[in-house]
Design a binder for this molecule. Structure first.
Ligand SMILES: [Zn+2]
Length: 313
């Protein structure tokens, strides 16, 4: 690991410019105490700052919190948003330039441990009696229609909910390297659902979906969603069309060969990811597949015979 020396002084000066005189400043920890603008203007209705110094800002971590009004007024979080609210556009622009990349982007939020919905029924583990009922047959036939068979349901422990918070949704769980549940997606099987996907609150940015199934020695395919990954051997769903910083870092460290396969309508995203990955250690190890605009992997059942992966010079 290399350590970059960052000059924090201009950042501290910028913050003083935005929030006025400070009450204390610890340069080592990066902690500064200002008078809280929310307490002063919004709560007390003053036309000047209250001089209390309740607002604690940490520019090294890129976060802030008011000891007086964090609970009642939500005055805590990522520093960027506070500068955006109280500074000028010039302040914000300078702030972004000065702050080291990545600082404060992910809010230090404590997520609850992910557990499967209490109404979750695993297809392979459903009782014989249950398998006779429409409650089971409707979601089962939905998956069959999407070319998902019992072997796949077993491999991924796919299930469904017919009541509760995830009612009428197919559940695909994700397990970490050690096989512990870390996420799941809930996709509606209704025709026009209010929400197509309902997923638990979790630090999605730091999850490698079903990491325990990945063999890093073999080519890794990058796909959009968990439904795609069912059909493609050794694939990682990005849970979207963009590559997270975390996934990039893991791929850079571990992958030997990567094949990018996004839906046909996301070709531009696929090219962008190709560029992001095709460098340094991974240079020349990235491949890409171009699907027709109206096709996705699930429809093709992962069969890329007509759209073989290639490299771009
Ligand atoms: Zn406050």
């Amino acid at each position: 690991m290399t350590e970059t020396i960052i000059d924090y002084e201009p950042i501290a000066d910028l913050l003083i410019d935005v929030f006025g005189e400070y009450k204390f400043h610890n340069e080592h920890s990066g902690q500064i105490g200002f008078s809280c603008p929310v307490c002063s203007y919004d709560i007390k209705g003053l036309d000047h700052l209250d001089g209390k110094g309740n607002l604690e800002v940490n520019y090294k971590l890129g976060v802030y919190k008011c000891w007086s009004c964090a609970e009642t007024h939500g005055t805590h979080g990522v520093l960027y948003y506070l500068v955006k609210k109280y500074g000028s556009s010039r302040h914000l622009k300078n702030f972004v330039t000065l702050m080291p990349e990545g600082t404060g982007e992910i809010q230090k939020k404590h997520y609850k441990k992910v557990i499967l919905p209490k109404d979750f029924i695993s297809f392979p583990r459903a009782s014989a009696g249950m398998k006779m009922t429409p409650i089971y047959k409707v979601p089962f036939n939905y998956l069959k229609h999407r070319n998902v068979n019992m072997d796949m349901m077993t491999k991924f422990n796919i299930g469904f909910c017919y009541e509760g918070e995830y009612k009428n949704r197919i559940i695909i769980p994700s397990y970490d390297e050690e096989g512990r549940l870390n996420y799941f997606t809930g996709r509606s099987w209704e025709k026009n659902p209010f929400l197509k996907y309902k997923n638990p609150e979790a630090e999605k940015q730091t999850i490698i979906f079903n990491e325990y199934l990945i063999d890093w020695e073999k080519p890794i395919s990058l796909v959009e969603g968990p439904f795609d990954s069912i059909f493609v051997e050794n694939s990682i769903p990005m849970l979207g069309k963009k590559l997270s910083d975390h996934l990039f870092a893991i791929l850079y460290e571990k992958a030997k060969k990567i094949i990018i396969i996004l839906d046909g309508d996301a070709w531009k995203n696929a090219l962008k990811i190709y560029d992001q990955l095709n460098g340094g250690r991974l240079f020349g190890k990235i491949w890409i597949s171009k699907l027709p605009e109206d096709k996705d992997i699930a429809e093709l059942c992962g069969d890329l015979t007509n759209y073989p992966p290639y490299q771009i010079d």
